[in-house]
Design a protein. Structure first.
Length: 389
């Protein structure tokens, strides 16, 4: 699989499957960038609800490809919402309840940067077309254990101003019913519950919205207005550092010279000028499968990266922990601070509390290499993954 930014690169797909995905990129809008993939054991490529990928591809090609004026019917029925732990913004729903509406099923998870960047489009489409017979069903399928906590998901729904129904798919029941593989993933159904459009990953927003309009017009609704526009400056071709996991389960960019001890406290050291391409822990950490937990008095993480934006998924469930953030050895300049970084007496900090993605650096389109250092001033922080934009 391509190693472009935005992909979870450590989920391996065989050559035959990769070839199918390349074909699908041309005909069903599959973007091999700006998306995320789960751990191998969570994937279920052998049981897709809509046939195999090549069967889906053939249906699109037989109907004239992605440029067809009448959208092809890719499957006759919407799968059931299986194994849902809780519904947010609505009571439980079934495909039968949704008949008569054009429905976009959006697979997402709240700490995924690719999902976060796509949500402004999805929420705007819902508000724009909900009175025309359109709705979104957000299927929240978690990547990390903390994303299974209902209060965390409810906070994320409120933070992102999501008003449509959200189904908590904690055990991947609906994910596997669809044979889904990606965050974000969009499945668009017509008023009869038939699958008419599929898109994986970020991008192609105009095409997805155009198809929403086509299905509404097909149902006899008058749809006016242009396409939804959301300011975006992400240039995937210029991001030089991949998404990076801190836990040992998927982490392959650990750079500290000490041997990593799994699930046990260990003191680590970071060089003053870390080389690009690896992250370095310093201080005492307990590195677990999906996270690293800081258990010392002071310590942190150093990472030399190449990107415009740098984010870190982390949390401090035991109570707020302050961390000093520096860029190239100095406080982060005002014009480069992410949304969660603030200044106190000439130094720059982030306060870590809830388990979520924290925006640390926003260089506003400057993709130079920089050294980010985060020094935690108390124990209790959990670090999960770096993401870049």
């Amino acid at each position: 699989m391509s190693a472009e930014p935005g992909i979870k690169r450590n989920f391996l797909i065989g050559a035959a499957a990769a070839a199918v995905l390349v074909i699908m990129a041309a005909v069903v809008n599959l973007r091999l960038q700006g998306l995320q993939m789960p751990l191998g054991e969570l994937a279920n490529m052998n049981a897709p609800a809509f046939g195999t990928p090549d069967q889906l591809t053939k249906r699109v090609m037989d109907a004239g490809g992605a440029e067809a004026k009448v959208l092809p019917v890719l499957a006759q029925a919407m799968p059931e919402f299986k194994g849902i732990k809780a519904w947010i913004n609505s009571g439980p729903l079934t495909p039968a309840d949704l008949k008569g509406k054009v429905v976009l099923v959006d697979f997402w998870t709240y700490s995924c940067i690719n999902c976060i960047r796509s949500l402004p489009y999805v929420t705007s489409w819902h508000e724009k077309y909900k009175d025309k017979g359109f709705t979104v069903i957000g299927v929240h399928t978690p990547e990390f254990a903390f994303e299974k906590i209902e209060s965390n998901v409810r906070d994320a729904v409120a933070r992102n101003k999501i008003t449509y129904p959200v189904a908590m798919d904690n055990d991947y029941g609906t994910w596997n019913a669809y044979g889904n593989q990606y965050w974000p993933a969009h499945y668009l159904f017509d008023v009869d519950g038939r699958l008419r459009h599929v898109h994986f990953g970020e991008g192609e927003y105009d095409e997805t919205e155009r198809d929403i309009q086509l299905l509404l017009e097909e149902a006899g609704k008058k749809v006016g207005g242009g396409m939804t526009e959301v300011p975006s400056t992400t240039d995937f071709s210029r991001i030089g550092t991949p998404e990076t996991y801190v836990g040992y389960g998927r982490g392959d960019l650990f750079g500290s010279p000490e041997a990593l001890k799994k699930d046990e406290p260990q003191n680590y050291v970071a060089p003053p000028d870390p080389p690009e391409g690896s992250f370095y822990l310093f201080g005492t950490w307990r590195v677990e499968e999906e996270r690293a937990v800081f258990v010392g008095d002071t310590g942190g993480i150093a990472y030399r990266y190449q990107a415009s934006n740098a984010n870190l998924v982390m949390g401090a469930p035991g109570g707020k922990v302050r961390a000093e953030v520096t860029l190239d050895g100095a406080p982060v300049p005002a014009g480069l601070r992410g949304a969660d970084v603030f200044e106190v007496d000439g130094r720059t900090y982030v306060d870590v509390s809830g388990q979520r993605l924290y925006s640390l650096i926003d260089a506003q389109g400057d993709y130079d290499s920089r050294t980010l250092r985060i020094k935690f001033l108390a124990p209790g922080v959990e670090a999960y993954a770096f993401t870049f934009g």
